[in-house]
Design a protein around this ligand. Structure first.
Ligand SMILES: Cc1ncc(COP(=O)(O)O)c(C=O)c1O
Ligand SMILES: N[C@@H](CCCC[NH3+])C(=O)O
Length: 402
């Protein structure tokens, strides 16, 4: 990544997110290449970074979209992703979302409970449509990641157990409004161990084969997303070994593999850039206060997540400090007890690996406008989302003041 953060700060002010689109291209090509032996679809998990220009960039490379709300489906459609490349997952789809998904004719709905399947069946019948269904299987495998982003254990709310899944496929087969086309499994995020993925894929493919034996033939296996990235010093899953593990299990099956990476595509492409406002010392505790805050990037506050941080000045005098934002919460920090150099007003601070679940988890807490988003591609920068103004924030309330 060769991005001049200072130049961008002068041009667009701070804080901002900047995304290296060439890195996104590289990630896409690597994963797509790993699956080249098979029919495959990389359905980008839009939740990781749903900026329209980011989705469009991936769409132009050939990606589909994994969506978790009808809003995300509409974003994907808006930038030209074909409906047959769009998947809709999530444990709590509301009727209007199911209806719109069916009307948009997307590839399939990843159904996560038998109650949801009944709703989809009913709504499809009312619309006179046949709903293409994939069932999300919960294989009860520990993905060995942060508990908040683990999704493949029975104690997590996602998917259904194998026996329920089987019953649901039979319901699909017997219904004139349901067409069972796929199977889905996603065990968690920021995965760095291949073994749990292998185990879950084995469980999924065993079920695909069992279904085949009773004449339920699926066309798609959606292996979920979850591939981890480097935040600190993680050893990553090798994408070729990952693909190999998947392909080995699919032997003899005529299946298109769908993979739903979010973080892997965009995480390391993004940097959050903020500037120093003040330094202070409380007792013997040093604080560096910047203009960005937990409302812009919540991962450190929410998961105690580590992001590499760099102060962009030449000072060589480092000491322990907490890097914090202006929000009135003690939980508003980017890092605690880190060694950072002495700063001055307006020094820039780069917070790396912020391209995934950064902007998408931002809020307007403390009536702070969401920051600008910038893309850099082949050395050229462009604004891809304007900084929100006060007027933007109050727009939906103003007319109701009595
Ligand atoms: C169903 C589903 N697919 C894909 C993803 C994308 O995950 P990640 O960003 O870890 O690749 C998620 C989020 O964990 C998910 O819940
Ligand atoms: N928001 C999480 C990832 C959630 C994955 C979605 N199922 C993160 O920042 O790491």
């Amino acid at each position: 990544m060769n991005i001049n953060f200072k130049e961008l700060a002068n041009k667009y002010q701070t804080p901002y997110y900047v995304y290296d689109f060439d890195h996104i291209t590289k990630q896409y090509e690597e994963l797509k290449g790993a699956f080249k032996a098979r029919k495959s679809l990389i359905a980008y998990a839009v939740k990781a970074n749903s900026n329209l220009s980011v989705i469009k960039h991936l769409a132009d490379l050939g990606a589909g979209a994994d969506c978790v709300s009808i809003g995300e489906v509409k974003r994907a459609l808006k930038v030209g992703i074909a409906p047959y490349k769009i998947i809709f997952s999530g444990v709590g789809k509301i009727d209007s979302e199911i209806k719109e998904a069916l009307e948009s004719d997307i590839l399939m709905i990843n159904v996560e409970s038998d109650a949801e399947l009944n709703r989809v069946e009913l709504i499809a019948k009312e619309l006179g449509k046949v709903a293409r269904i994939s069932i999300r299987v919960n294989p009860n495998i520990d993905p060995q990641t942060h508990p908040y982003i683990s999704t493949g254990l029975h104690e997590n709310k996602f998917g259904v157990d194998i026996d329920t899944a089987k019953r649901m496929y039979i319901q699909c087969k017997n219904s004139s409004s349901l067409d069972p086309v796929g199977m889905h499994c996603h065990i968690g995020s920021q995965l760095t161990q291949l073994e749990p993925i292998k185990e879950s894929i084995k469980i999924v493919t065993d079920l695909v084969r069992n279904l085949k034996a009773i004449k339920i033939e699926l066309s798609f296996v959606d292996i979920g997303g979850g591939l981890g990235i480097v935040y600190d010093d993680e050893t990553l899953i090798d994408t070729k070994e990952y693909a190999q593990a998947v392909l080995e299990n699919m032997f003899g099956l005529d299946i298109t593999i769908i993979c739903e990476p979010g973080r892997f595509m965009v995480g390391n492409a993004g940097t959050f850039v903020t500037k120093v406002l003040y330094e202070k010392v409380n007792g013997n505790k040093r604080f560096v206060i910047v203009d960005g805050a937990m409302n812009d990037l919540i991962r450190p506050s929410l998961y105690n997540a580590y992001h590499k941080i760099e102060v962009l000045n030449d000072n060589e005098e480092f000491s322990d400090c907490n890097l914090v934002g202006p929000i009135c919460e003690s939980g508003d920090f980017f890092a605690k007890n880190v060694q950072l150099q002495k700063t001055q007003h307006n020094d820039l601070v780069a917070i790396y690996s912020a391209g995934a679940y950064g902007f998408t988890m931002a809020s307007n807490y403390n009536t702070r406008g969401k920051v600008a988003e910038i893309a850099v591609e082949k050395g050229i920068d462009r604004l891809i989302r304007k900084r929100e103004t006060f007027e933007d924030i109050i727009a939906l309330e103003e007319e109701f003041i009595k």
